[in-house]
Write a protein that binds this ligand. Structure first.
Ligand code: MN
Length: 280
């Protein structure tokens, strides 16, 4: 029995299956944790989503920015980007069922591996002021909005970069947007937790005054192992008790898994069949 966490798949279904084969993943005995951005940009988004839906007994996922974007596009609340590959899901006979399942997934997981060690999973990051327990409660606030009857209002208003800093007394959509942006989009912030969203580059090019979110001194969540993705230019990174697993499979890199019980890393190369030809 083993628990594996896998980085951003983004619709790279062939690479995903190759990685499961490499792991000799056994759905009856092993467990999988996916760090979000299951779909979009890669050509196999529908197949990845179906696999997760059909393997709910052995896989838990958290939502990434591309997963939330897919929900907004599917409900015609946001226009698709040129590089989006969501039509196959939206047009599928089981598309509504799959997207309803996706909308009911969490933003954050806190769980215990087979060796009884606690770990947390998020797509992007946690703000320095947030303890694991507080962050989990904040994630639940967004999940409640996603699962409410008026979830379309949330999907419409979640876009935007402000406010860029947390305050305990934030209310309404401002509060939900800060939580969503930190957990699904943040890569870097200032020491005080002010987020910046434009930077997507490599570690050595982080703008002055900013740092990776996991390197902020006295981060309140630092005692818990955290698994995340989202920052492909960072590559596989294990610092400050944070394991970042997005190794840019979609961009010609690898898809990466870590076994939580043994810390063994397994990687497969991207599969060109997952890439969608650019429109001429
Ligand atoms: Mn992402």
């Amino acid at each position: 029995m083993a628990t594996y966490a896998i980085g951003d798949i983004q619709g790279c279904y062939n690479a995903f299956i190759a990685l499961l084969n490499q792991l000799q993943f056994n759905p009856k005995a092993d467990q999988l944790r996916l760090v979000g951005d299951l779909i979009n940009r890669g050509g196999g988004s529908l197949e990845v989503l179906r696999w997760c839906y059909q393997h709910q007994s052995c896989v838990k996922v958290v939502l990434g920015n591309h997963d939330l974007h897919a929900l907004a596009v599917a409900h015609e609340l946001k226009k698709a980007h040129k590089s989006d590959t969501l039509h196959a899901i939206i047009d599928a006979h089981d598309g509504t069922e799959l997207l309803t399942w996706l909308r009911n997934q969490p933003l954050m997981l806190v769980d215990r591996d087979e060796h009884q060690n606690d770990y947390a999973v998020i797509h992007a990051g946690l703000l320095p002021q947030w303890s694991i327990q507080n962050a989990l409660a904040y994630a639940h606030e967004v999940e409640a909005a996603l699962q409410a009857d008026d979830y379309r209002d949330f999907l419409t208003q979640m876009y935007g970069n402000t406010p860029n800093i947390w305050q305990d007394d934030l209310i309404g959509m401002d509060r939900l947007r800060v939580i969503t942006n930190a957990m699904t989009r943040m890569r870097i912030c200032r020491a005080g937790g002010e987020m910046e969203f434009a930077f997507k580059g490599e570690l050595q090019n982080v703008p002055a005054g900013y740092m990776p979110w996991f390197k902020v001194a006295n981060r309140q969540s630092q005692a818990t192992k955290i698994l995340c993705g989202h920052w492909s230019a960072l590559g596989l990174s294990q610092h400050n008790n944070v394991i970042s697993l997005d190794t840019g499979c979609l961009w010609g890199g690898q898809l990466t898994a870590i076994c939580l019980e043994t810390a063994v890393i397994t990687q497969v190369q991207h599969d060109a069949r997952d890439f969608v030809a650019k429109p001429v």
